[in-house]
Design a protein around this ligand. Structure first.
Ligand code: GLU
Length: 306
């Protein structure tokens, strides 16, 4: 039996867009007889208390998972051993570039936008020694591919860039792209459901998973929730977290009904939604939330999201 997962970053409360993605991850896993796991991705964006709040909100909307949640900050030794393994296979190199160095170099003609231009890939021992004096190095993967193709339930075959991406940041923290691949690989996750803002990262991650001998998951990158300005939903949009909604008398069950309705699914229970769930019928457009604090109950959710 494989497994699906939800992997929130505990940077604050989850909003309806995050919770809707969690419901989708649960529906995808449960409808394919997979286990469902929860992983707290707290390597960089952790805020005190957010993990507990997020897990409580996920439970409040009725989601369950099959093992105690895993926390990335407890797994430093695992990431370190994978980094050692990659280093021993000469698959890493030290990089001293700043963000500015990279954006200047990658804006040169012929460079693919946003990709690492290879600046530090082949430094001589003398150059290396000089650069080490100036700043600590990040470690990048010495990729042998420039692109990789993944399979996505909603996007079909998707080919995207693979460059020499960072696996260990220069402050010693494992990079998201390393941690996510190692965790999914070692947790036996073979189905990754998450927001479609991460679609472009999937080829890099699948390339690394393959290199490490892990099974490459099947992906489902689902549409995000947007505010009325077409920007990614955020807590400051108001009336978008369970606690904000509670102030207006809307409880977790009602919030879940709004999210299920936005997916075109029965709203009375998660079991009913599961019975009706069919990825082929999911909306392909973002969910646009209209929050209207002036309305009688403090909010209104646009119903026309199919
Ligand atoms: N922790 C990431 C986020 O909250 C999600 C990573 C993933 O699902 O692969 O954006």
């Amino acid at each position: 039996m494989g497994a699906g997962r939800f992997a929130p970053s505990p940077s604050g409360e989850l909003h309806l867009g995050n919770l809707r993605t969690a419901i989708l991850a649960w529906l995808f896993a449960r409808s394919t007889n997979r286990a469902f796991l929860m992983r707290v991705e707290d390597l960089d964006r952790a805020r005190a208390g957010a993990e507990e709040l997020q897990l409580a909100d996920l439970r409040a909307i009725g989601l369950d998972w099959d093992a105690p949640s895993v926390r990335q900050s407890d797994r430093a030794e695992i990431y370190a051993s994978v980094i050692t393994q990659l280093r021993e296979h000469r698959l890493l190199f030290e990089c001293f570039c700043t963000r500015k160095d990279i954006s200047e170099a990658s804006s040169a003609p012929h460079a693919a936008p946003g990709t690492y231009p290879g600046t530090c890939r082949n430094l001589t021992p003398t150059q290396l020694a000089a650069k080490r004096e100036v700043r600590p190095a990040a470690l990048r993967l010495r990729s042998e591919a420039t692109e990789y193709t993944i399979t996505d339930v909603l996007h079909g075959k998707f080919t995207g860039v693979v460059d020499d991406f960072v696996v260990l940041r220069n402050d010693g923290v494992p990079a998201y792209n390393l941690a996510v691949v190692v965790d999914d690989g070692l947790q036996g996750i073979d189905q990754v459901v998450r927001g479609d803002d991460l679609l472009s990262s999937a080829p890099r991650q699948a390339y690394l998973a393959n290199l490490l001998g892990y099974q490459i998951p099947v992906y489902a990158h689902v549409p995000l929730a947007l505010n009325t300005e077409g920007k990614r939903l955020a807590k400051r949009d108001g009336s978008v977290t369970l606690s904000q909604l509670a102030v207006h008398g809307i409880d977790a069950q009602q919030a879940r009904s709004m999210m299920l309705a936005s997916l075109g699914l029965p709203t009375n229970s998660l079991q009913a939604a599961l019975a009706a769930f069919d990825p082929a019928l999911l909306p392909t457009q973002p969910w646009v939330l209209t929050t209207d604090p002036a309305s009688e109950r403090g909010m209104r959710i646009a119903p026309e999201n199919r």
